[in-house]
Design a protein around this ligand. Structure first.
Ligand SMILES: *Cc1c(COP(=O)(O)O)cnc(C)c1O
Length: 379
């Protein structure tokens, strides 16, 4: 089955009791048993819920994985993955990382004795140099947030496989429509479903997909033991969102390409970060590893004046200023004060994230209106 057909049909059957084509919202906390221990496979809704089961199977199919597990948020999924490890275990993460991922690693799990190293992994040789006997997992994002660097999943996976350790790829920015990390050798793919998968800015959710049965069992155990499950209504909304994922992603990619080209030609813009541009350092790799370049574009203005960048962000009328991304509507974010504020300023600047960087999540509106809005806001 090809992607669009899978998005609409994989794992989804008409409801067996009524034939309803849409998966029902099983809004229940418990299930009636005929006799103690004699039930229909469902005991308590933290452990199992039919609406969630359907979504999990659908997501697993989209990532070409066998096991899908949904969580109450992307960070709920990250939390479960980090609980696979023990004090003394070392995790190497790419230095260009979602702020909340950095925060849970350093401010929560470091307190419990895990150790973290943040390394620039757009050069895989840096990983080889950083590995130690204590390293148990490598965590990457690609394209990275907010600088849209491209990390070579296949090259990183070759190193982690040789060492017998796990590779986690946060695939939020690409979505399974553009990239399937498990096919390239990753052990676990993680998503903030809140973003492109949900696609309508109306749900917070996370997901993990893997082909490793032992890891899937352990993650399911952790989910049930620790409790970060999504509600059935949210699962329904995401199932509905995913039915148009392929159509939305096509338009996100087309619009972002035009926005990036417009910004590149604008005299006030100093730098545009978009992997679809030929002069982007990761362009060739993105072409090979992804099926499109995505909907995220970042840029800076000449002069690097923060008040000027703020004025642009305040002047938008179609783009809305807000955290998050991946919805049908265009958003703009100021990473330094919003998504990445939890990373210390000197750490941010070391990684090339300037305080004047503006990040766009290009939506699926008519692109002429988006470009007009950029024109009037930048001036
Ligand atoms: C939003 C986001 C997360 C966190 O997900 P939540 O659903 O907000 O908990 C993790 N990684 C990336 C790349 C994100 O954009």
């Amino acid at each position: 089955m090809k992607f669009g057909t899978k998005a609409i049909h994989a794992g989804i059957e008409p409801d067996p009791t009524t034939g309803a084509i849409m998966t029902p919202i099983y809004q229940t906390s418990t299930y009636v048993q005929e006799s103690p221990g004699k039930h229909k496979g469902y005991e308590y809704a933290r452990t199992q819920n039919p609406t969630r089961d359907v979504l999990q199977n659908n997501l697993a199919a989209l990532e070409n994985g066998q096991y899908g597990i949904c969580f109450a948020s992307g960070l709920g999924a990250t939390d479960a993955i980090l609980k696979l490890f023990k004090p003394g275990d070392e995790i190497i993460a790419s230095s260009d990382l979602y702020g909340g991922t950095y925060r849970i690693m350093v401010r929560v799990f470091q307190e419990f004795g895990l150790t973290f190293k943040f390394v620039s992994l757009d050069n895989p040789d840096n990983l080889k140099a950083a590995l130690t006997d204590a390293t148990k997992m490598v965590w990457i994002e690609t394209p990275t947030n907010p600088l849209l660097r491209i990390v070579d999943i296949r090259a990183i996976a070759a190193i982690t496989q040789e060492k017998g350790i796990q590779l986690v790829v946060d695939n939020t920015f690409a979505s399974p429509y553009l990239q399937n990390p498990l096919d390239l050798g990753a052990t676990i793919v993680m998503h903030s479903v809140t973003k492109y998968l949900g696609g309508h800015s109306d749900t917070v959710m996370g997901a993990i997909v893997t082909n490793d049965e032992a890891i899937a069992q352990r993650l399911k155990f952790i989910q049930n033991a620790c409790g970060a499950v999504p509600g059935p209504q949210d699962c329904f909304l995401v199932l509905r969102g995913i039915k148009t994922l392929h159509v939305r992603m096509q338009r996100h990619c087309e619009n972002a390409m035009q926005v990036a080209r417009f910004l590149q030609s604008h005299p006030k813009v100093s730098q545009v970060y978009y992997p679809g541009l030929e002069n982007h350092p990761g362009h060739a790799l993105a072409k090979e590893q992804m099926r499109g370049f995505g909907g995220m574009v970042s840029f800076t203005l000449h002069g690097d004046s923060l008040p000027e960048a703020v004025k642009v962000m305040e002047s938008f009328t179609v783009f809305s200023l807000g955290e998050s991304l991946g919805g049908v509507e265009s958003l703009c974010t100021h990473p330094a004060s919003m998504t990445h504020a939890s990373i210390p300023k000197e750490e941010r600047e070391k990684n090339g994230l300037k305080d004047t960087l503006i990040r766009l999540s290009v939506g699926i509106e008519d692109v002429e209106d988006l470009i007009q809005d950029l024109k009037q806001a930048i001036g």
